[in-house]
Design a protein. Structure first.
Lengths: 428, 243
């Protein structure tokens, strides 16, 4: 009997017991749909996160100071706050030495000196802000897009000018539609109060992953002032962290180790502090591998669902074969070999699993698409998620469905094939 | 040439166990080509076992069996299945049509296993339906057919691969008198007009009387072989035969 005839027969038999077939397929449908949906979400998430990480700049190496844990073990954690002393910070002289030594690899340093968070007010209007001193290269290192004016220049730093680059959000909160360039803002950060002239406006990025309850207009945005201006306020000339921008063609990951080793020579006698580095590249791979782990775990759960589904198929095939014992006897009397009977029932199991698989794929694509758009909505408008249909997963899911049919169909089908035709014909 | 040659057929069940049971004690039987014979006997006489052995559904414990000159018992089981499909046509008491399958498709089943091409299958099934007078019911499912109609389809199915022998096991047992006569007439017709070799297994002596030779089995032995009348039955005869 040909495969085509067997498939036709299988479909006829499945149609006769529609409800039973659907319930049997459910396990397969749920398993496949889960796999497809998870893969879609996972792929979309990791690709969009990679893209975002890359926008931070793959050629940047962040160098930061770590402090030894006070618990006395060997662990170090990144320092934060103001409990760090001047002698423990990265200094301009260290960076200058670094620049001289590796002039063929280093393009520039992007340095920051954080003054703190505060706000600016203008009449009844106000906006929250973080006042940060930056070097002129900060702009390129962080891929800021200027919509108006210019970024901080070396001359601003040399002359310790009170100029600022602000976000478009801040501008719309304080100035509305009026041209902000040349206007001044009144900034209060703790005890520090000063006026800054606006020289540029940058496009603020969406606040990703933070989508909490705070209205987005209340979220503080960064206000950039020249590094020297900030140093005068904070009284500190060192850096807790610095971004090293490498020249094109330099392997950031390898070079970060070199920088780390070199800078740590300054900390040989300072046992409580050390310098560490990270690159966007390594962060991307870390996040991606974490997402992959989650995907794999959920896929494993889906695999269990498929296993349970497969057992359901096996069960229903055993029931079906018992019901059709007499038919099997008749078929044998009419010339069916054991192989023909086995083939008939394996194909029936495959057809059940295949239909379940196809329904599961469609369902999974629907769930995945909806899920991606929901997550996209949660992440804010700044992030566009492209839905990627996991083509290889679809093929894999189809293949796995068929394999489940073969695997869980074989035992019942073999039982059917081995039936004694005389007993089968007598079966009531 | 004899179609069926059975020599010294012994069938024992539970061989070597305390409850060993011998149901056939060395039976010899020859059936010539184009012969219409009947095997009669009461329950437990060994009729069914005989039919199973002739129909290649079972192997005897001892003895030899040649079907159309071929020593079939040396063949492996898979080969026996194929021979069964080609050389033997079964007609059962309870029809045994496969449900959810039209009359025509049922007739095509033996041809499917014999790898007959689809077009040829359909053509032959239609022809056979015509022979049994069922061509207007080709697309009907078994549950839409009466008992007599089912048995006619079953006879057409038994003819599907043009077998060397038709084995009919109580073919009228589940039918009313009138329908039984109709079915018996079809067998007589297949014998007379198509030269089919037919072995009819029954416990109905009057039905057996219409065949050419009546083999009577009792307790696993052939106790008598009589010539049957095999007349072309008139209406009166048929009625008597059926009662």
């Amino acid at each position: 009997m040909s495969i085509g005839e067997n498939i036709t027969q299988a479909i006829v038999n499945i149609k006769t017991n529609k409800m039973r077939a659907i319930l049997t397929m459910l396990g397969i449908i749920i398993g496949v749909a889960a796999v497809i949906a998870i893969m879609m979400l996972g792929n979309t998430m990791s690709s969009s996160i990679s893209t975002q990480m890359q926008s931070l700049g793959v050629n940047n190496i962040t160098v930061y100071v770590q402090q030894r844990d006070q618990t006395g073990n060997q662990n170090f954690t990144r320092v934060g706050g103001n409990n760090i002393q001047e002698k423990d910070l990265i200094t301009d002289s260290m960076l200058n030495t670094l620049r001289q030594k590796y002039s063929d690899s280093i393009q520039a340093f992007s340095l920051t000196n954080s003054v703190g968070s505060g706000q600016t007010t203008s009449g009844s209007k106000s906006a929250n802000l973080n006042l940060i001193g930056t070097s002129p290269e900060y702009n390129t290192a962080n891929n800021l897009t200027l919509t108006q004016g210019r970024f901080i220049l070396q001359t601003d730093a040399d002359n310790r000018r009170n100029v600022a680059v602000v976000s478009d959000k801040l501008v719309s909160a304080i100035f509305g539609d009026a041209n902000p360039i040349g206007q001044s803002i009144f900034v209060t950060v703790g005890t520090h109060i000063n006026n800054y002239a606006i020289i540029g406006v940058y496009q603020s990025q969406a606040q990703n992953f933070g989508g909490g309850t705070t209205a987005s207009s209340q979220l503080p945005t960064d206000v950039y002032i020249p590094l020297s201006t900030a140093q005068r306020i904070t009284g500190s000339s060192g850096y807790q962290s610095a971004v090293v921008m490498t020249k094109v063609g330099v392997n950031a990951t390898d070079f970060s180790t070199t920088i780390q080793n070199m800078l740590n020579q300054y900390y040989v006698k300072n046992i409580n502090y050390q310098v560490s580095t990270f690159t966007a590249e390594s962060m991307v791979s870390q996040v991606t591998s974490m997402l992959n782990m989650v995907s794999i775990m959920i896929a494993a759960i889906a695999a269990i669902s498929l296993l349970v589904g497969g057992i359901g198929v096996m069960n229903i095939m055993l029931v079906s074969i018992t019901e059709r014992t007499r038919e099997i006897g008749v078929r044998k009397a009419l010339g069916a070999t054991n192989g023909a009977i086995r083939g008939q029932f394996i194909i029936e199991a495959i057809v059940i699993c295949f239909i379940g698989g196809v329904v599961g794929i469609v369902l999974g694509l629907v769930i995945g698409t909806v899920g991606v758009s929901i997550i996209g909505g949660m992440m804010g408008s700044g992030m566009t998620l492209s839905v990627t249909a996991p083509v290889s997963t679809i093929f894999l899911a189809t293949g796995i469905s068929i394999a489940i049919g073969v695997f869980f169909g074989y035992y019942p089908a073999n039982n059917a094939a081995k039936l004694d035709p005389i007993d089968a014909l007598r079966y009531e | 040439m004899n179609i069926i040659e059975l020599r010294g057929i012994v069938k024992r069940y539970f061989v070597g166990k305390p409850n060993e049971l011998e149901v056939l004690h060395g039976v010899d039987l020859s059936v010539g080509e184009g012969e219409f014979i009947s095997i009669v006997g009461e329950s437990g006489s060994g009729k069914s076992t005989m039919m199973n052995i002739i129909g290649l559904l079972d192997r005897p414990t001892e003895g030899s069996y040649s079907l159309s000159g071929e020593n079939v018992l040396v063949q492996p089981d898979s080969e026996l299945s194929i021979l069964r499909g080609r050389k033997v046509g079964f007609v059962f008491q309870t029809f045994n049509l496969i449900g959810r399958m039209s009359a025509q498709k049922n007739i095509e089943v033996p041809m499917l296993y014999n790898h007959v091409p689809a077009k040829e299958r359909a053509r032959r099934a239609e022809h056979l339906l015509e022979i049994v007078g069922m061509n207007d019911r080709a697309k009907h499912q078994p549950n839409e057919l009466s008992g007599g109609q089912k048995q006619r389809v079953a006879i057409a199915r038994a003819m599907a691969n043009d077998p060397d022998v038709i084995l009919a096991d109580e073919p009228t047992g589940a039918l009313d008198t009138e329908t039984g006569l109709l079915v018996m007439n079809i067998f007589l017709d297949l014998h007379k007009n198509f030269g089919k070799t037919i072995v009819l297994i029954t416990h109905n002596q009057t039905l057996a009387a219409q065949t050419q030779r009546i083999i009577t089995l009792k307790d696993g032995n052939i106790v008598s072989v009589r010539a049957g009348g095999n007349p072309i039955p008139g209406p009166q005869d048929l009625l008597e035969a059926a009662v």
